[in-house]
Design a protein around this ligand. Structure first.
Ligand code: ATP
Length: 235
């Protein structure tokens, strides 16, 4: 689904990604792990077109999308939920969801998709007419994911969905992601600082350190690798 080769990205003189190769299989959950500043957020931003790479290529389903504009990439089936929950706080829950669905140019989907999101995240249904600024952190994260799903992505990029959430809320959101993969075959690239949470639902995982990939394996093997756990995962 997603093939990345030799990806380099920099902020001025700071090289945040230093030649990353990554392969994300269709229908799989791939976790991107690593400490603060490892380059995880930069990797997602470079894939989704928010940042232009200095070198390397990104392919989505065989098509070269390197340096593509974010809005074009949404039309090709990629959705990105940034860290810090990308919702528009002045709009209601329902308005945020419909906004995410406008890309599809399908009026019927705006209605059926919104209902599907309320089924997926029941707390949002109860608050559909509330402004997003009144939501809790967990509800905002649900809304951000729901809004991204309204664009009917084939590939969802998720940056730290459990950040700052109570453990129970984080577990609920992660369980929903797992259900989505099983039921709709969604492909997920999941950035997480909480390695245990991510490895519990991921098929594969890569570990970044200072802009380089230092491990890439099946999630279960990585979780059992003492060297990687001690050196990079704080678990
Ligand atoms: P975090 O979990 O803290 O978000 P991360 O693994 O996502 O960490 P990045 O945010 O991708 O890491 O940062 C990678 C490197 O790039 C770090 O050294 C960081 O200081 C630097 N960096 C990130 N954003 C910028 C920016 N806008 N300008 C300059 N340097 C940046």
């Amino acid at each position: 689904m997603l093939e990345i080769t030799g990806l380099v990205a920099a902020y001025g003189p700071v090289r945040a990604l230093n030649g990353i190769d990554l392969s994300v299989g269709q229908g799989a959950i791939t976790a991107v792990l690593g400490a603060n500043g490892a380059g995880k957020t930069t990797l997602l931003r470079t894939i989704s077109g928010l940042l232009s790479p200095a070198a390397g290529t990104v392919r989505l389903a065989g098509r070269d999308i390197t340096g593509g504009k974010p809005e074009d990439l949404v039309r090709l089936g990629m959705a990105h939920v940034p860290e810090g929950r990308g919702v528009i706080v002045e709009l209601t829950v329902e308005e945020n969801l419909r906004l995410g669905g406008l890309w599809r140019r399908d009026r019927a989907w705006l209605r059926t998709g919104t209902t599907a999101m309320f089924d997926l995240f029941p707390p949002l249904a109860r608050r559909r007419h509330r402004r997003a600024e009144t939501l809790s952190g967990g509800e905002r994260q649900m809304l951000a994911i729901g809004r991204a799903l309204m664009s009917k992505p084939r590939l969802l990029l998720l940056d730290e969905p459990s950040l700052g959430l109570a453990p129970r809320t984080a577990a609920q959101i992660v369980a929903t992601l797992s259900t989505l993969r099983t039921e709709s075959g969604l492909t997920l690239l999941l950035v997480e600082q909480n390695a245990a949470t991510a490895l519990s639902i991921a098929d594969r995982a890569v570990v970044l350190n200072l802009g380089r990939k230092v491990a890439d394996d099946e999630a279960a093997s990585l979780a059992a690798d003492d060297r990687v756990r001690r050196a990079y995962l704080e678990m």
